[in-house]
Write a protein that binds this ligand. Structure first.
Ligand code: ACO
Length: 345
């Protein structure tokens, strides 16, 4: 019997590890801001068309946070929904991890601000930065704390207010991104469904493909840096596209290999929602059918670290994912970074 058809496909960690621990996702939640920015709206802002944006990306509209709504607000709202779905209260949370490239401010961490907003007074809190791959990185790190018996309940959030770092005069990038947040509660639940495996990767040699030059220690904010528009994200779209397809395929295949399953066992693939053409190319190379992929980017645009977290919540809420289904998350982002995870929901 080949490894891909063996009935014991489950990674042993899913049932329990040698400490008797299992990491389950007991609740998810998401929040997207009310304001909708359509492609027709963008036609009035930059030289673009709905036809160009739709045919090149699949995006029709994206959500934009209000002026007084910050990444921590989006994250807190997603967290409250995840807590309700998991049936837990804030005082049960041991750790808050927020994945973001748009923190409310350089410090304190957005995780500390979320901790205050939701009243998770017992929790430790920190941010992590892996761009669009952040939610998978956060899932894997959160899982490690659960499996090592350090914590019993971890709140993992991907949250972004990308509208705050998008250059609204640059048609190459401003049509792509949106704001939002998604969250998951990880808990030790012996002999339950769980996070079967997570894969993470990075290649800093290609960091110049997608970056924001200003605002850090290399280029602190000055009048000159603002005038030179250095506090906005920059991207080489074509090269990013090619690297995304390759890295997402590699990460997905590694995650499947570790679980000893093939792609046909996956009920729902939740890819990073950056570009419909990237998703189609990845699905094709993995041998997946278009029906296996969950897509919401036409409504959300690319929400970076929040992307797969929002999609996971919407897929569950819409009934697309049922209890017991195997779900593959696969991501790619600046860094470069990438990752994949297999969940038994
Ligand atoms: N409207 C109209 N024309 C446009 C627009 C626009 N919004 N944007 C670019 N163009 C023009 C370009 O100027 C170019 O014109 P030219 O040929 O006269 O120079 C032409 O359209 C073609 O541009 P390309 O870059 O070749 O278009 P491409 O087919 O590569 O699509 C895109 C561009 C959508 C950005 C694509 O490359 C892409 O999706 N890249 C990957 C992005 C991504 O996945 N990012 C993920 C990580 S995000 C993160 O980590 C935060």
């Amino acid at each position: 019997m080949s490894p891909t058809t063996h009935p014991s496909f489950r990674n042993p960690r899913a049932r329990h590890n040698f400490l008797g621990r299992t990491c389950s996702i007991t609740g998810v939640g998401s929040y997207i801001p009310e304001r909708v920015l359509t492609n027709a709206d963008l036609e009035k802002m930059v030289s673009t068309t709905d036809e160009w944006i739709t045919s090149r990306t699949g995006i029709k509209e994206r959500r934009i946070a209000a002026a007084n709504e910050f990444t921590s607000d989006l994250g807190a709202k997603a967290a409250q929904k995840a807590m309700a779905n998991a049936g837990i209260t804030a005082d049960q949370i041991d750790l808050v991890i927020v994945a973001t490239i748009t923190p409310d401010m350089p410090f304190p961490s957005t995780a500390c601000l979320v901790q205050r907003k939701i009243g998770a007074t017992r929790a430790a809190a920190f941010d992590l930065e892996a761009a669009c791959s952040g939610f998978i990185y956060a899932l894997e790190i959160g899982q490690q704390f659960i499996m090592s018996r350090t914590y019993d309940t971890v709140l993992v959030i991907g949250a972004e207010k990308l509208s705050s770092i998008v250059d609204w005069e640059d048609r190459n990038t401003c049509v792509l991104f949106g704001d939002g947040a998604g969250a998951a509660i990880l808990q030790n639940r012996p002999n339950s469904h769980g996070l079967l495996t997570a894969v993470m990767g990075a290649d800093g040699n290609k960091s110049e493909l997608l970056f924001m030059p200003g605002g850090g220690s290399k280029c602190p904010a000055t009048h000159d840096s603002v005038n030179a528009r250095l506090h906005y994200l920059r991207m080489e779209g074509k090269e990013t596209f090619k690297n995304a397809v390759q890295a997402m395929c590699t990460a997905a295949q590694e995650a499947l290999r570790r679980c000893e399953i093939d792609i046909t066992r996956i009920k729902c693939i939740i890819p990073h929602q950056a570009n419909r053409r990237i998703i189609d190319a990845v699905a094709d190379r993995l041998g997946a059918t278009p029906e296996q992929c969950f897509i919401n980017l036409h409504h959300t645009g690319n929400t970076s670290a929040a992307s797969v977290a929002i999609a996971l919540d919407q897929a569950i809420e819409s009934g697309r994912i049922q209890r017991g289904d195997l779900v593959l998350l696969v991501v790619f982002g600046a860094g470069l970074t990438w990752g994949a995870a297999v969940i038994e929901w």
